[in-house]
Design a protein around this ligand. Structure first.
Ligand SMILES: Cc1cn([C@H]2C[C@H](O)[C@@H](COP(=O)(O)OP(=O)(O)O[C@H]3O[C@@H](C)C(=O)[C@@H](O)[C@H]3O)O2)c(=O)[nH]c1=O
Length: 183
């Protein structure tokens, strides 16, 4: 498994090596030793507490979501289909504060993102269905949800397809300007 840096400080991309044969494929999706070495902290992999999966139909956008308090670290991959995944750095003390980057996550290359605490995260499903799996290092707590509108004019996220469905929470999310008053 190869580890790549990104344009965003501390965000890493794990690139596995799927084995293809007549049956299909096999791929390792996570390796604790490689993860600990990449983030430079023994036991870091063991800090992930919840593993979740969502299925989205084509054009769905989920996001942009963050977490208040000490935030949460996330490992994100697309197990089936493809998504346009977007991160925005909301760490005031980061050299990439306010910077966004998009990643293609799919079931061909199985790129796996490590997102440290202090980011907004969202994605759009690019295929008839797309399954996104993610691990978080703190139990989910809706009281700490942060959100910014996926179509915020200041963020100007270039979603590649027409947006088909969003949740009521995402439709009512606040602006980037409002979020900046909280971080
Ligand atoms: C995220 C989450 C939701 N839920 C519940 C709450 C709700 O009833 C239902 C659906 O929740 P949501 O609408 O918030 O799900 P969703 O919009 O898919 O939220 C997710 O979006 C992506 C972009 C992320 O980065 C995730 O961290 C998470 O925020 O599932 C959990 O029980 N645990 C969880 O970890």
């Amino acid at each position: 498994m190869r580890v790549e840096t990104s344009e965003l400080a501390d965000v890493l991309v794990f690139v596995p090596e799927p084995f293809q044969d007549a049956r299909g494929f096999f791929t390792r999706t996570f390796d604790a030793d490689i993860f600990d070495a990449a983030v430079g902290r023994t036991g870091a992999a063991a800090s992930f507490l919840q593993d979740s999966q969502s299925r989205s139909v084509q054009g769905v956008v989920r996001g942009m979501h963050g977490r208040s308090g000490r935030g949460e670290a996330k490992l994100v991959r697309c197990a089936q289909g493809a998504v346009h995944d977007v991160l925005v750095d909301i760490r005031r003390d980061s050299p990439t504060f306010g910077v966004q980057q998009a990643f293609l996550l799919d079931d061909t290359e199985f790129r796996h993102l490590y997102v440290p605490p202090g980011f907004l995260h969202g994605f759009q499903a690019l295929t008839p269905t797309a399954d996104v799996c993610y691990r978080i290092d703190r139990p989910h707590d809706p009281a700490e949800d942060l959100g910014v509108a996926y179509a915020d004019p200041d963020l100007e996220i270039a979603w590649p397809q027409a947006v088909t469905v969003v949740s009521p929470r995402d439709a009512a999310a606040g602006s980037w300007a409002e979020l900046l008053e909280k971080v």
